[in-house]
Design a protein around this ligand. Structure first.
Ligand code: GDP
Length: 217
């Protein structure tokens, strides 16, 4: 499996009004259920995906330095919509629906999978997908399926291991290694250890996201 290796061109962050924490504006734009409803202004976008409850809302809020912007869910999987956030009036963060929630009916699941596939394959402004994995567990079948979908769609992928604060030093090393092995990652593939509690990983994520916003379409 070929993985995108990322260079750290941090200076590009300045052009997009980003330093690690310099978010001048971050607002919810809209939720869509059909690809045709996505913004058409050509601004670049970064999407975030992961199973329900992985910590996606918390990560988005931490990256954008806005406490309640992305709703921290009480009912996992309740939203099947693609949520757009306008950041610095320059680009979008896209919160993709959480997967792997058992109580979602079959029909909804297949519709979800159709919309996600269409989005990932054909969404031209999409520059990078950040896939979130829970640092405490080996990736689930659903995580594997998602990664496979991303690989087939040929979108650059960055992995983030969430809730890293819940692990001891030893567990952390062991689990990150196990995740790499389980997903059969190349040596140059990056997994960013992340915690919304300690803010570990915020800066490294921005260091990778910022240059992606600048890459040609
Ligand atoms: P989502 O369903 O993927 O959007 O997940 P949420 O952001 O709503 O988080 C799910 C649960 O995990 C909530 O109870 C959060 O408080 C908790 N959580 C999320 N991120 C972290 C983290 O980095 N560390 C810890 N300890 N808990 C977290």
């Amino acid at each position: 499996m070929r993985w995108q290796a990322f260079d750290y061109h941090y200076e590009h962050g300045q052009e997009y009004g980003i330093t690690a924490m310099n978010i001048t504006s971050a607002t919810f734009l809209k939720s869509v259920i059909r690809i045709e409803e996505c913004p058409r202004d050509g601004r670049p976008e970064i999407a975030f995906v992961g199973r329900s409850n992985v910590g996606k809302s918390s990560l988005l809020n931490a990256l954008l330095n806005r406490k309640g912007l992305a709703k921290t869910s009480t009912t996992p999987g309740k939203t099947q919509m693609i949520n757009f956030f306008d950041v610095n009036r320059r680009f979008y963060f896209v919160d993709l629906p959480g997967y792997g929630y058992a109580k979602v009916p079959k029909g909804v699941k297949s519709e979800w999978s159709r919309v996600m596939t269409a989005y990932l394959r054909h969404r031209e402004p999409l520059k990078l997908v950040v896939q979130l994995l829970d640092a405490r567990h080996t990736p689930s079948d659903k995580d594997h399926e998602m990664l496979e979908l991303l690989r087939r769609a040929r979108v650059p992928v960055l992995l983030a291991a969430t809730k890293i604060d819940k692990l001891s030093r030893n567990e952390r090393t062991r689990n990150l290694k196990a995740i790499r092995a389980d997903l059969d990652l190349d040596d140059d593939a990056v997994i960013i250890p992340f915690s919304a509690v300690t803010a570990e990983g915020v800066k490294p994520l921005w260091e990778i996201i910022a240059p992606c916003l600048k890459s040609p379409t």
